[in-house]
Design a protein around this ligand. Structure first.
Ligand SMILES: *[C@@H]1O[C@H](CO)[C@@H](O)[C@H](O)[C@H]1NC(C)=O
Ligand SMILES: *[C@@H]1O[C@H](CO)[C@@H](O)[C@H](O)[C@H]1NC(C)=O
Ligand SMILES: *[C@@H]1O[C@H](CO)[C@@H](O)[C@H](O)[C@H]1NC(C)=O
Ligand SMILES: *[C@@H]1O[C@H](CO)[C@@H](O)[C@H](O)[C@H]1NC(C)=O
Ligand SMILES: *[C@@H]1O[C@H](CO)[C@@H](O)[C@H](O)[C@H]1NC(C)=O
Ligand SMILES: *[C@@H]1O[C@H](CO)[C@@H](O)[C@H](O)[C@H]1NC(C)=O
Ligand SMILES: *[C@@H]1O[C@H](CO)[C@@H](O)[C@H](O)[C@H]1NC(C)=O
Ligand SMILES: *[C@@H]1O[C@H](CO)[C@@H](O)[C@H](O)[C@H]1NC(C)=O
Ligand SMILES: *[C@@H]1O[C@H](CO)[C@@H](O)[C@H](O)[C@H]1NC(C)=O
Ligand SMILES: *[C@@H]1O[C@H](CO)[C@@H](O)[C@H](O)[C@H]1NC(C)=O
Ligand SMILES: *[C@@H]1O[C@H](CO)[C@@H](O)[C@H](O)[C@H]1NC(C)=O
Ligand SMILES: *[C@@H]1O[C@H](CO)[C@@H](O)[C@H](O)[C@H]1NC(C)=O
Length: 784
C-alpha cells in the first residue's frame, strides 16, 4: 500500500461523523513525484526547514521521485516543485552493510552507491516517509522544524557477510555545487559534524550549511573519513575544496556500529544555516531522545498538518476520491514553502520573521500566496514582513529567493503584487510605510543588477512608456530580453503601486502609477497577424516588440509557445518569457476590459481564448497560463471558464504520481487546483475572486482570525459534471448576479449558493456589463 491509511476509512468517516473526518487520509504527498512535478514528497512540518527524504539519481529536484531510479542517500533539506538545478540536499547519509565489514569494500562514490528501492514499499504521508532498499535496509523518517529523525532497520538486510551497520555522510548536495566543506567525526559517540559552502540553485552568491548527526541504537565500532573510494580510521577531520579546473573530490565521514540488538540504528540530523553548534542545539532541543522520539515526532507533525488543513471542510457528495485527493494534496503542498528560517538567518540580526524559498514569486503570486491569505493569513503576513525585512537589509524586495541568496528575476517585480494583495485584503502586522517605500523603489530605481532584483530599463519605461526591444540600458545589467512580457508585468506592478498609494491617501502617486499601468497598450500592433505553418489563424492584432525609436520589431506570436521552442532567461531568450505573445496577450489583470476591446470585443476575445486553449498554444504546465483559464469572465462568459477548468482538471491536474503538467513551483500548481475546485479564483493584487462552479457539493472555510465560516454551495450538484453552468446565485440568501466577489466573503463568513444547469448559453448569470469583474479603466486606446 502506498499510503499508511486506507482511503476508505477517510471517506467512510466523512459520511459518518464530520468531526471524525481526517483530511490527512486524503493527502498524497506522491502526487507530482514524477513526470517533472519535482514535488518534495518526504517528511516536513508546514513551512518546515528540515525536509527529510530519500534522494535518487533520476529526477531529484525534489530529492525523491517515483521513477525507480537509484537511492544515493537520505538528506534533510529540500525545496519543492522547483525547476532548474536541484536545490539543497546537503550532506546525505547512506546506511549500508559492507562485505566482510571491510571499510574499503563499502560503496562511497555517487556512481557506485545507488541502491534500488521497491515501488510497493514507498509510504508517504504528511510528516512521514518510508522506503525499503533493495539490499533489505528499511528506512523511515520524520521531521521537526530544524531536525530530521531517521530509523534505519537492518534486520532484513542481506549483504554478503557484513553485519556492522556502516553510515556514510557525503560532503555534497544534490547538484554537487559544494565549494568547500569540512567534516569532524567524534570517535567516542560517532557524532558527525559537517559544514560547507554551496551554491543556490537559481540565484547568485553562495551559502553555508551545517549539520550535526547523532546515532543511537548500538555501540560505535569505528569512525573515520573517506576520500574518493578509500577510507581511513586514523584521521577524524577533513577539509576539502575545489581543485584543478574546479575538480570535485568526493569525500565525507563515516561511523560503523556493532550489530544492533533490535536491528535499528536511529539517525538524528540537526540542520542550521548559522553554525554547527546551532545545528546540534536544534537537534538536541527538538529530538532529545532519538531512540524513543520517533512516534512522538511523527504524531506532532501529523497534528501540525491537521491544524493547518482544519479551516477547510468539504462535502464531496459523490465527487470521486481522486478529485478529493487532488484537492487536499494541493492545499498541503501550498504549505511546504516558503520555509520558515526565522532564527536561522546569518545575514542580518532582526526580530522580524525570516522566510526563504520564495521560489519564485513570479510563480507564487498568482495563486499560492492568495490561498495562504485565506487559510493561513498569519503566515502570509509573516511572509510579507520577511520580504520587507529583506528589503530593509538588502535594499531590494526579492522576486525569487532560495538558500539565503538572491534568485533570478523572471519578469516584473512581483513582490509588489503580494504587497498590494496583502494591503487590499487587510492583512495585519505590516508596516505599510515601509511597504510603500519598497514598491516605489521597484518602480523608480534601477539597480545595477536587475537580474536578481528590481526592474531594468526604467529610463525607457519612464520616457517612452514601454520596455524597448534591444533597449540601450547602461544603468543596470540583466538579460536584455523579454521586452513584451516585462512591459506587461511592469504595467501590472505599477497598478499594484497605484493601489497601495491610493489606499494610503497618496493621490498624486496613485494617478501617476495608474497612468503608467496603461503602458502595455503601447506594444499592441493592431495589424499583426499570426500564421501557423502557412495558415492564417484569422486573428489580427498582437503585442509586438518595439524599438526605442518607435519602429516595430518582430516576434512570431507563436514563438515560445508549446508549439515552438521553449524560451527562458538564457536558453533561447526572447521578447516573451517562458510563454508566447499568444499567452501574454491575456495578461492585463487590472484592465481586462481594455484588453477585451483591443483584442476585438467580447466574441472575438472568446474565440481567441478558445483557439489558444484548443490549438496547443497554451502551456498548461507553467504559471502564466493560470489566469487565461478564467479570462472568459471578463468577456461576460463565466461559464466558459468553468468549462475550461473541467477540461484541465483532471486531464492535466490529477491524483496520480505523474499528475502535474509541470513543476509544482513551491505549490503554485497545487494552489491553482485548490482555487479551481473551490470555485473562486483570485485575481491577485485586487479584491476579486472569479466565481465558477466548485467540484464538490459544498466547501466551507473558517477564517482563522475572524472565526467566521464562509460557504460556497451548489444546488443541483452533479458529480458527473454535466451541470456545471451557473444559472443563478444567491449571496446570504439574496440574488447575486456578479461573476466575482471580494475577500469580505471569507472575512465576514458569507454563503454563496449556486444553482447549476447544463446549458451555458441559456444562462444569463454573470453576463451583463454590470456583472463583470472590475477593470481599472476604459481610457481611450493610444493611437497605434
Ligand atoms: C536497479 O534496477 C535497474 C532497473 O531494474 C537495474 O537495471 C539495475 O541493475 C538495478 N541496480 C542494482 C544495483 O541492482
Ligand atoms: C508504483 O506503484 C504505484 C501505486 O501502485 C503505481 O501507481 C505506479 O505506477 C508504480 N510505479 C512504477 C514506476 O511502476
Ligand atoms: C566547519 O567545520 C570545521 C571542522 O569541524 C571547523 O574547523 C570550521 O570552523 C567550521 N566552519 C564554520 C564556518 O563553522
Ligand atoms: C570493531 O570491530 C572489530 C571487528 O570487526 C573489532 O576488532 C574491534 O575491536 C571493534 N572496535 C571497537 C572499538 O569495538
Ligand atoms: C548579530 O548580533 C551579534 C551579537 O551582537 C553579532 O555578534 C553578530 O555579528 C550580528 N550579526 C550580523 C549579521 O550582523
Ligand atoms: C516561524 O518560526 C518562528 C520562530 O520559530 C515562529 O515564531 C513563527 O510563528 C513561525 N511562523 C509560522 C507561520 O509558522
Ligand atoms: C478592509 O478594511 C476596511 C476598513 O475597515 C473595510 O472597509 C474593507 O471592507 C476591508 N476589506 C476586506 C477585504 O475585508
Ligand atoms: C529604429 O531602429 C531600428 C533598430 O536600430 C532600425 O532598424 C530602424 O530603421 C529605426 N527606425 C527609424 C525610423 O529610424
Ligand atoms: C508545422 O508543420 C510541420 C511539418 O508538417 C509539423 O511538424 C509541425 O508540427 C507543424 N507546426 C505547427 C505549429 O503546427
Ligand atoms: C494526469 O495528469 C498528467 C499530467 O498532466 C497527465 O499526463 C495524465 O494524462 C493525467 N492522467 C489522467 C488519467 O488524466
Ligand atoms: C434559479 O434557477 C433555478 C433553476 O433554473 C430556478 O428554479 C430558480 O427559481 C432560480 N432562482 C432565482 C432566484 O432566480
Ligand atoms: C441551450 O439554450 C439555448 C438558448 O436557450 C438553446 O437554444 C439551446 O438549444 C440549448 N442547448 C441545449 C443543448 O439544450
Amino acid at each position: 500500500m502506498r499510503v499508511a491509511k486506507s482511503w476508505m476509512l477517510g471517506v467512510f468517516a466523512a459520511h459518518r461523523v464530520a468531526a471524525e473526518f481526517d483530511p490527512l487520509t486524503l493527502v498524497d504527498p506522491l502526487i507530482g513525484s514524477t513526470n517533472g512535478g519535482n514535488v518534495f514528497s518526504g517528511a516536513s512540518l508546514p513551512y518546515g526547514m528540515a525536509k527529510a527524504v530519500a534522494d535518487v539519481n533520476g529526477q531529484n529536484t525534489g530529492g525523491f521521485a517515483t521513477d525507480l531510479s537509484g537511492i544515493t542517500g537520505f538528506s534533510s533539506m529540500h525545496d519543492s516543485g522547483t525547476g532548474g538545478n536541484p536545490s539543497l540536499g546537503n550532506f546525505p547519509i547512506l546506511p549500508q552493510l559492507c562485505p566482510n565489514d571491510v571499510i574499503d569494500e563499502c560503496k562511497f562514490l555517487i556512481t557506485d552507491r545507488p541502491v534500488n528501492y521497491s515501488n510497493e514499499s514507498v509510504v508517504a504521508t504528511p510528516g512521514y516517509f518510508a522506503v525499503s532498499l533493495a539490499n533489505g535496509i528499511h528506512a523511515e523518517m520524520t521531521a521537526t522544524e530544524h531536525a530530521a529523525l531517521y530509523k534505519f532497520n537492518f534486520s532484513a538486510a542481506t549483504s554478503d557477510t557484513g553485519s556492522k551497520p556502516f553510515m556514510l555522510l557525503d560532503l555534497t548536495d544534490l547538484w554537487q555545487s559544494r565549494q568547500n566543506a569540512s567534516v569532524s567525526v567524534n570517535e567516542a559517540n560517532g557524532q558527525i559534524r559537517a559544514n560547507g559552502t554551496f551554491l543556490p540553485s537559481f540565484g547568485a552568491g553562495s551559502y553555508q550549511s551545517f549539520v550535526c548527526v547523532d546515532f543511537a541504537g548500538s555501540k560505535v565500532n569505528d569512525t573515520g573519513i573517506w576520500v574518493n573510494n578509500r577510507a581511513g580510521t586514523e584521521v577524524k577531520d577533513l577539509f576539502v575544496t575545489r581543485g584543478f579546473n574546479l575538480w570535485y573530490t568526493q569525500a565525507g565521514g563515516f561511523a560503523t556500529f556493532e550489530p544492533p540488538s533490535n536491528g535499528v540504528i536511529y539517525t538524528r540530523v540537526g540542520v542550521s544555516l548559522v553554525s554547527t553548534e546551532q545545528a546540534c542545539q536544534n537537534a538536541e532541543k527538538e529530538i532529545p531522545e532519538p531512540s524513543k522520539d520517533f512516534g512522538r515526532i511523527q504524531t506532532a507533525a501529523e497534528h501540525a498538518w491537521r491544524e493547518k488543513l482544519s479551516p477547510i471542510s468539504v462535502k464531496a457528495d459523490g465527487a470521486g476520491k481522486g478529485l478529493q485527493q487532488t484537492f487536499w494534496s494541493g492545499v498541503y503542498r501550498t504549505m511546504m514553502s516558503p520555509q520558515n528560517y526565522t532564527g536561522e538567518n546569518p545575514l542580518w540580526n532582526s526580530t522580524e520573521p525570516y522566510f526563504d524559498s520564495y521560489y519564485c514569486l513570479w510563480d507564487a503570486f498568482r495563486a499560492q500566496h492568495p490561498l495562504l491569505t485565506i487559510i493561513d493569513p498569519a503566515a502570509q503576513s509573516q511572509m510579507v514582513r520577511s520580504l520587507l525585512d529583506t528589503y530593509k537589509n538588502e535594499g531590494w524586495l526579492p522576486d525569487c529567493r532560495m538558500s539565503l541568496c538572491k534568485g533570478w528575476t523572471q519578469g516584473g517585480s512581483n513582490a509588489d503584487v503580494l504587497i498590494a494583495d496583502a494591503y487590499i485584503k487587510n492583512l495585519t502586522g505590516i508596516d505599510w510605510d515601509l511597504a510603500y517605500d519598497a514598491i516605489v523603489n521597484d518602480a523608480e530605481n534601477e539597480p545595477l543588477e536587475w537580474s536578481y532584483q528590481g526592474r531594468g530599463g526604467l529610463d525607457s519605461w519612464k520616457k517612452v512608456n514601454y520596455i524597448p526591444y534591444l533597449d540601450f540600458d547602461w544603468k543596470g545589467f540583466g538579460t536584455n530580453s523579454r521586452s513584451i512580457s516585462r512591459t506587461l508585468e511592469y504595467s501590472y506592478n505599477d497598478f499594484n503601486v497605484a493601489t497601495v498609494a491610493k489606499g494610503l491617501g497618496k493621490e498624486d502617486d496613485a494617478t501617476k502609477y495608474l497612468s503608467r499601468s496603461t503602458n502595455w497598450q503601447n506594444l499592441f500592433k493592431k495589424d499583426q497577424k499570426s500564421i501557423i505553418n502557412g495558415t492564417d489563424t484569422g486573428f489580427t492584432g498582437f503585442f509586438q516588440p518595439k524599438y526605442h525609436n518607435g519602429t516595430w520589431g518582430y516576434q512570431d506570436p507563436i514563438a515560445c509557445s508549446s508549439l515552438a521552442t521553449f524560451c527562458s532567461l538564457t536558453s533561447n531568450p526572447s521578447e516573451t518569457f517562458e510563454s508566447s505573445v499568444w499567452e501574454y496577450q491575456f495578461f492585463v489583470p487590472h484592465d481586462m476590459s481594455s484588453a477585451v476591446k483591443l483584442l476585438g470585443g467580447a466574441d472575438e476575445f472568446v474565440a481567441r481564448l478558445d483557439f489558444f486553449h484548443e490549438s496547443g498554444l497554451a502551456d498548461i504546465g507553467n504559471e502564466p497560463v493560470f489566469l487565461t483559464v478564467y479570462d472568459y469572465h471578463y468577456a461576460g462568459r463565466p461559464g466558459l471558464s468553468t468549462k475550461r477548468v473541467h477540461y484541465y482538471i483532471p486531464h492535466s491536474f490529477n491524483s496520480t504520481e505523474s499528475g502535474l503538467p509541470g513543476n509544482d513551483d513551491s505549490g503554485a500548481m497545487g494552489a491553482f487546483t485548490v482555487f479551481s475546485m473551490l470555485g473562486l479564483f483570485p485575481n491577485p493584487g485586487q479584491n476579486v475572486y472569479l466565481i465558477s462552479t466548485p467540484f464538490f457539493e459544498s466547501i466551507s472555510i473558517k477564517h482563522p482570525e475572524t472565526q467566521k465560516t464562509s460557504t460556497i454551495r451548489v444546488t443541483n450538484f452533479d458529480p458527473s459534471y454535466n451541470n456545471i453552468y451557473i444559472q443563478n446565485a444567491t449571496l446570504n440568501g439574496k440574488p447575486y448576479t456578479k461573476s466575482w466577489i471580494g475577500h469580505e466573503f471569507f472575512v465576514d463568513g458569507m454563503t454563496l449558493e449556486l444553482t447549476v444547469g447544463d446549458n451555458e448559453t441559456a444562462s444569463t448569470w454573470g453576463k451583463s456589463a454590470d456583472d463583470l469583474p472590475p477593470s481599472s479603466s476604459v481610457s481611450s486606446m493610444l493611437a497605434m
